[in-house]
Design a binder for this molecule. Structure first.
Ligand code: MSP
Length: 640
């Protein structure tokens, strides 16, 4: 039987436009859902909107709209945003839908039948932005401990849910299911929280109307968190479609931000226990995207609009950044510079170049046809990469899973330098077929493994390898050897043109073709007449110029003009380079200096030291200046 996999995001409040903090959760859930589909599982991925409550009612009132008219507009904007980001949710649930209102009312009936609901008086504090009740002792300087905002005093009649009854069973469940709350730091917080004792929870309000009336007492409106959490079972078919419900419930993963773990790991399971329903398998509380050390949030007004980023950089770049930049679970700072750097280094340089170099070499050396190999050097690492991605995603280590794929890309790029296929070609070495096949097959496997994360790149890689699109590819296709010899490559445009910032564009008006914006690029890559005084763009591209950082420098014994440099090129092992700059630079002053290295120069032995590359410098009659990037760049950055 096909395995099934259910994953949810929080349902978002449609009180304002969503920002990249919300996109962060949704894109991560999307990647996990896509990964399970790639494995051939029957996936149910649901997101939606949490539309009731005082916050929405207040907000709509302020702009003179009815609550439903107000949320309708924002909800359609949210749906559009998820389309823009390529979110593959199977359902979109709105808490204002009749299917959900019926379920919430039935839940209240069942809680009462179980003896878990009673009428009393709530006296305490309420934070409307967080829709949370707080007892006096939990407030921080009189404010909400979650958002830091002001709280209001409430004194109203309310139904209570006997949460206190479930403290023990919950603790037992958490202790015997170590994977239930993740990461482990949040699990420990929750254990501590429950050990302090749970008070019964107020689950209805009477001071506003925008919500679901309790069937037993319609003056009372269901507490918005009970309403919201119930969405997960409504979406799976609870009380509507028993077969579907038993298939998709319990959820495998509730993915949420860390500030709402408490609702998902305490209140929600207690409600489910009361309803005699199975508990979700994992509640994962990820960290926050921060802007200048503060949580990005609508109430603070420090938000970044994901739509604008997609327009500027494309959705693959935005998805890649969100998935890769911050170790999943931790907080991380958002900066646009980091997004640009990630795109330029990982996507444009590493992945984009690997594809264009590989297809270019196959065109030039084997007539555009994937050759038939005799043996493989990259197979081991490719197979290991598939295992790593599976293992890391199973543990929801999204960023680490993406990183594993890019390790393979880096390895393949390095393999080109090591094997220098152009030399194998020149000398008629039959190993050329092995090397080119290794590269193309690693790229194909990379494309399959990237399918959960990126939407356009896997298809583009497949197309350029002559394989059509990658839509039908499954994880099983990541097995080594799937690429048929004889396939004809179809070399195309660079899949990730480097992002040039405006500042860079001003400083380098004559930027090389592959770095130029799209329009100029089309002109620049048009065939150029070959003449003795010029080189073709392909010839230029054979030069592998890279930024390196000098780690240490020392004099070469018996040679006045030579220094031996150890240069970090981001390859792990530093490179040894011998350079004739000893008359102009003191060795100890060079550590940390960035240089540009011709990285694919044939190694040469100079005064007994093997030099792997040559650094660039300008020389006049009386000075010599090393060429350095104006601003530091990551070691290994390609110069184009
Ligand atoms: N409606 C409730 C959730 C109910 S679930 C049954 C809610 N909605 S929300 O619109 O405020 O969205 C909160 C969620 O958005 C967070 O839990 C997190 O998943 C995501 N994020 C919002 N801001 C974020 C960051 N700055 N960083 C990371 N995620 C963030 O709470």
């Amino acid at each position: 039987m096909t395995e099934r996999f259910t994953i949810t995001t929080p349902i978002y409040y449609p009180n304002d436009r969503l920002h990249i903090g919300h996109a962060y959760t949704t894109v991560a859930a999307d990647a996990i859902a896509r990964f399970h589909r790639l494995r051939g599982e029957d996936v149910f991925f649901v997101t939606g909107t949490d539309e009731h409550g005082q916050k929405i009612e207040d907000r709509a009132g302020k702009v003179g709209k009815t609550p439903i008219a107000y949320v309708d507009e924002i909800v359609s904007d949210i749906r559009e945003l998820w389309q823009t980001l390529g979110i593959s949710n199977d359902d979109f649930i709105r808490t204002t839908e009749p299917r959900h209102e019926r379920v919430v009312q039935e839940v209240f009936r069942r809680l009462e039948a179980k003896g878990d609901l009673y009428l009393s008086q709530y006296e305490g504090w309420y934070c409307t932005p967080c829709e949370s009740f707080w007892v006096e002792g939990k407030l921080v300087d009189g404010n909400c401990p979650t958002c830091g905002g002001p709280v209001a005093r409430l004194n109203e009649e309310s139904y209570f849910f006997r949460l206190s009854r479930y403290a023990e069973p919950l603790l037992q469940h958490i202790e015997s299911n170590p994977e239930f709350i993740q990461p482990v730091s949040r699990r420990n917080e929750m254990i501590q929280f429950i050990r302090q004792g749970l008070e019964d929870l107020s689950v209805s309000r009477t001071s506003f109307r925008w919500g679901i009336p309790l069937p037993q007492d319609p003056r009372h409106i269901a507490y918005v968190w009970v309403d919201a959490l119930t969405n997960y079972i409504t979406a799976c078919g609870y009380l509507q479609d028993p077969e579907r419900f038993s298939r998709y419930w319990p959820a495998d993963v509730h993915l949420v931000g860390k500030e709402i773990v408490r609702f998902h790991a305490v209140i929600w399971p207690a409600l489910l226990l009361s309803l005699d329903l199975p508990l979700p398998k994992v509640v994962y509380g990820h960290g926050w995207l921060l802007l200048g050390e503060q949580k990005m949030s609508k109430s603070k007004g420090n938000v970044i609009d994901p739509r604008q980023l997609v327009r500027r950089y494309g959705r693959d770049a935005v998805r890649y950044y969100l998935l890769r930049e911050v170790p999943f679970g931790a907080d991380g700072n958002y900066t646009e510079d980091a997004l640009i750097l990630r795109t330029n280094v990982d996507l444009a340089n590493d992945l984009g170049n690997l594809l264009s170099r590989t297809t270019a070499m196959i065109e030039r050396f084997t007539g555009g046809v994937i050759p038939s190999p005799a043996s493989s050097s990259l197979r081991g690492q490719a197979e290991e990469t598939v295992r790593r991605v599976e293992e890391r995603l199973a543990r929801l280590q999204v960023s680490d899973a993406v990183a594993a794929v890019f390790e393979l890309v880096k390895r393949a790029n390095k393999f080109i330098e090591e094997e220098a296929p152009w030399q194998l070609h020149r000398s008629g070495d039959p190993r050329l077929a092995d090397v080119l096949y290794d590269l193309a097959e690693s790229l194909r496997i990379t494309a399959v493994l990237l399918k959960p994360f990126l939407l356009e790149a896997p298809n583009a890689i497949y197309r350029q390898l002559g394989l059509g699109d990658a839509e039908g590819a499954r994880l099983a296709d990541a097995a080594w050897g799937g690429l048929a010899s004889g396939t004809k490559v179809e070399r195309g445009e660079p899949i990730f043109p480097r992002i040039e910032t405006e500042r860079e564009a001003e400083e380098t008006p004559a930027a090389p073709a592959s770095a130029a914006p799209a329009k100029a690029k089309a002109e620049a890559t048009a065939p150029t007449p070959v003449d003795a005084g010029t080189i073709t763009i392909d010839e230029f591209q054979r030069l592998d110029l890279r930024v390196g950082t000098i780690l240490e420098a020392s004099r070469v014994k018996g040679a006045d003009r030579l220094l031996e440099l150890k240069v970090d090129l981001g390859e792990g092992e530093p490179r040894t380079v011998v350079s004739g700059i000893a008359e102009y630079y003191e060795p100890q002053a060079l550590a940390g200096t960035q240089i540009v290295l011709v990285a694919n120069l044939q190694p040469a032995k100079i005064r007994g030291v093997v030099s792997h590359g040559m650094i660039l410098a300008g020389k006049t009659a009386d000075t010599l200046q090393i060429v350095s990037p104006r601003q530091p760049l990551p070691a290994g950055t390609k110069i184009k």
